[in-house]
Design a protein around this ligand. Sequence first.
Ligand code: PLP
Length: 447
Amino acid sequence: MEKYTFSPDNSDSDTNDSEDSLEDPVCNPNRPVKVTFEEITSAAYRIRTGIVNTPCIRSHLSSLTGMDIYLKKDFLQHTGSFKERGARYAMLMLSQEQRQRGVVAASLGNHAQAVCYHGYLLGIPVTVVMPIIAPIMKIQKCREYNANVIMEGKNMDEAKRIAVALSKEKRLTYINGYDNPQIIAGQGTIGLEILEQVEDIDAVVVPTGGGGLLAGIAVAIKTLNPNIKIIGVESERCASYAKAMENEKPVLTAIEGTLADGLAVPMIGYNAWETSKNLIDKMVTVREEWIAVAILRFIENEKCVVEGAGACGLAAILAGQLDEFKGKRVVLILSGGNIDTTILGRCLERGLAADGRLVKCKVTVSDRPGGISELCKLIGSIGVSIKDVIHERAWVASDVFSVEVKVVCETRDYLHSIELRDLLFSRYKKVKFDNFPLKSGVSSSTD
Ligand SMILES: Cc1ncc(COP(=O)(O)O)c(C=O)c1O
């Protein structure tokens, strides 16, 4: 692994000329490119032998959500995300000389993996710059494809500047993961496939980071059927497309850590914006807890491991933000499945908590023999299982014959948690629930 020294402070104090030289030549704010339907069909033809035409099938989540849901399972691509489409197309379009010199990309992971894998297949040398916050699993995978992996930059913006600087210095072709017009065209091939796979679609819901996936799919679908609604979804913690809509142009947006790490892009692309701005019917920003619940639902009901970014569409539905499509046919893009096992574990716990199936409470009970066991028996009497118990004597403010017991309980569902809460309140004077879910998600039954 190579280390590249880059100082954002130095670059900021540079002249305008050197600032400009850190821009990607194919993503120019003054000359944005609108990607065409023809380019998407050309991409579809060229990549057809190197990309999986992934299934788009009716989901078990249909009866649960009251919508006729279809899932486009693009996490089944070899590297676990749709990013291979654009990456392969962009690399196939390189001249012989560019292929020999190699390419460079900046990415939080999925684009990097896609470029590394297809570079490996096509015999093109690849350098990727990954910000230090990139998920470990994604970093590891890039190394497996013999790429030169550089871990530098606090965020995508810094990683991108490093990659562009490297492209100038080493004469490598820089491939932007969401705004290069060929990348947008490649991602748009998902739209063509969906229209061949599913009839009478009312809406397609697309996770949105830098906007390339959304733009490509919107062009493909709206060209062939303008009645289909195109809905973008992003996490509330990185709502850069919503911000662009407010400002009517891409603007730098503050981003925070999110379960949808693939969407954490501080500013959407100029070409992506130009291509998609008149084609999007709605942009939804979802809360993190709904993303966690959506990941959980995909595992429990659909047997699919989907990363946070890929679960955003379902998150928006579960949160009730797309209720206008009840009874309609909706396609969700499951764009990626690359999630660190440790993060997955945390997501599932958060999902269970947000769902009201993992609850935490403090109950003050008698410290006389049998006091704690009585509480445990009571909890067990309604079929709730105890995951964790801690008891506390020293800091209990009331009488010395009391003990505070903290309990983490697993329940069947939200209603079971309410039953537990009511039971404890009816038997004990001091009961306190931490973050009791305010509203039921959707029940976890399947059809
Ligand atoms: C899994 C996943 N879904 C969706 C997106 C969003 O794509 P785009 O940046 O083109 O909007 C990304 C971007 O990296 C991603 O990794």
